[in-house]
Design a protein around this ligand. Sequence first.
Ligand code: MCN
Ligand code: CUN
Length: 790
Amino acid sequence: MTAVQETGSAPAEERPIGYGRLKRKEDPRFVRGKGHYVDDVQLPGMLHGAVLRSPLAHARIVSIDTSAAESHPKVRAVITGATLEGLGLAWMPTLSMDTQAVLATDKVRFQGQEVAFIVADDHYAARDAVELIDVEYEPLPPVIDARRALDPDTPVIRDDQEGRTDNRIFDWEAGDKAATDEVFARAELVVAQNMLYPRVHPAPLETCGCVADMDPVDGKLTLWSTTQAPHAHRTLYAMVAGLPEHKIRVVSPDIGGGFGNKVPIYPGYVCAVVGSILTKKPVKWVEDRSENLMSTGFARDYHMHGEIAATREGRILAVRVKVLADHGAFNGTAQPSKFPAGFFHVFTGSYDIEAAHCAVTGVYTNKAPGGVAYACSFRVTEAVYLIERLVDCLADELHTDPAELRMRNLIRPEQFPYPSKTGWEYDSGDYPATLRKALDLAGYDALRREQAERRARGELMGIGLSFFTETVGAGPRRQMDILGLGMADGCELRVHPTGKAVVRISVQTQGQGHETTFAQIVAEELGIPPEDIEVVHGDTDQTPFGLGTYGSRSTPVSGAAAAVVARKVRDKARILAGAMMEVSPDDLEWEKGRWFVRGDPTAARTIQEIALAAHGVLELPEGVEGHLEATTVYNPPNLTFPYGAYLCVVDVDPGTGVVKVRRFVAVDDCGTRINPMIIEGQVHGGLADGVGMALSEIISFDEDGNCLSGSFMDYLVPTALEVPAWELGYTVTPSPHHPIGAKGVGESATVGSPAAVVNAVMDAIGVRHADMPLTPGRVWLAMHGGVEAP
Ligand code: MCN
Ligand code: CUN
């Protein structure tokens, strides 16, 4: 598909960890088609579930007649909201402390909402029986445009909540309003821009699904489930069902992509569990593509009004933002409890400014719930897009080169750790070096000359930049929790007598390669080769508690935990090595894989020898137990702040508005690089996401609330034909507070790239702003002074 142009600097700078570009341990099974996904789970006597969904966006349920479905010969159970009400399960808590209907009882609130659940002998019978259920609806006016959601005459969507009189979910702000207003009042120049980050969908290759198996004898529920957070899900199920955690086992087998789509708990999972309880058989439920696109966690949907204040010389002084956040019918976003807009308040970006303020209002609409998904780093996508568009708007106003404008305003290396005006402390960075590297790789000056020549010939070539800073690694317990669960991660490491090791982690890979990179971290710390280290994950019965994989937190939190636990093992190995050699542990020094006597490198014990002795007959020092193992719970002191400079070159067809992405240069800095090959894969995927969102992806609705993007014929993800050969570079600025200096990278490219593409298209067509997705029709309209609603 896309070629990698390896453009990194000297290998020494790359600082790869334990075996560097190690091939992924998980790939032999994937390339042979031997992955084991939820839909591969087959249990004796297993039944199949299917969901009846609402055809209407907003309607009162008058009656549900299930008699025809119940008499279908292959149907084993028909579950409605009334059934669940009897069990106290008609509503469930969301990760944002709202409630969500499992199956609708009173009203339906978005098209595709779950209304009933059929359990049948096979999948086809279940789908057939869904058609036999007769629901009478009384249609209500739907609320589709978030900008109308707070109008006084707009129907109240969540009339299930007592005392509610409007569709407001929250008002939230960050920064210093008075200080910001003061800077704006005296600024020489203010540029303002409305922009929409449209509703998009992560659309993982594998849709969501589960197999629920409630053992009627021992009362233990086993749930194979597409979840990015098995432990957090288990605790929620325990809270909702009143079962103790040890009676619930959540298994997350191979996951075919998550991208945030698999963080929430969906009604289908709960219905499958209820189906298994009622039928005393295992029940499988796997949604289809349309169900996934129409009803599961969407992303973005932020209406933003941004203002940037500056001097005439191009010094950025302040940024002010108002956001209207469309959360759909239930506030089901997954983010740390204290931050209803996620980490949006990192919108000051990579610039050293005097003041900033944002105000975010969340509203209900008659659309599917979600909001935090699609490699967003908890809304950093929206924040980066906003500031990087605003900076280009300012450059346009000042007739300044956008690269120069950025260079002039970037936070300087000596300012780190940098306290941002909205409360973050950026850990480390050398922003100008990274931007310079991107410009050099791209040949920026030559590109600008080429652009001028082409313009003279009437050709539309555009060059777009973006510089992003992310906040990843949620998070310090004192600041962050989800539903009261602190975001620290456990990790356990055991070295067997033969010197092979098993590391048990709480995070869950959906394709990121954790089985490889966590082995590399332990290998680096202990000198045991990665192939001798097994990484166990994705099974709550086998792994320590932790909050899961999202917000690129695995490396910053669990990766740190793996390093810490390996160091604990190393420390114990030192005591044992001292006993083995009859020297004081204080006289020992470590080099990769062995403890040796200071001044006599030949007197040494390898970690493997020590492991054997730890299980053998060695006389142990006072207070030291046998075996070689350790556990830890890692509570990060701060988030990590990866960053990068991206440059996109596009050609736009003046006749049709078709955009061709000709080149894309991405220079990322994620601190210490554990596996450069995996990092490149993460960046490639994220860049493709960014091009897709910028040019073609949108979940849109008609005025009745019909979802117009329910299939891949309408929801256009990019293919190899739409993306260029990525040109990657990197810089390395380790995180000072992470044990191995690593920052997250999994979402960087999705976060950073859309602005670069849009900036390039605006540069090509000479228009200040047009909203994504920049489809040919919208580009053409923008070129000709028109605007089209998304
Ligand atoms: N890595 C590394 N060196 C670093 C940082 C990361 O080698 N300095 C490696 C890690 O060891 C890991 C991978 O890169 O193997 C991603 O690490 P990290 O940035 O910690 O992100 P997570 O593992 O927590 O993954 C989550 C992130 C998110 S939130 C989304 S969304 C997304 C993404 O990962 N979903 C993905 N990338 C994805 N990639 C695949 N294939 N599938 C998804 O669903
Ligand atoms: Cu925001 S998508 Mo990822 O955090 O699973």
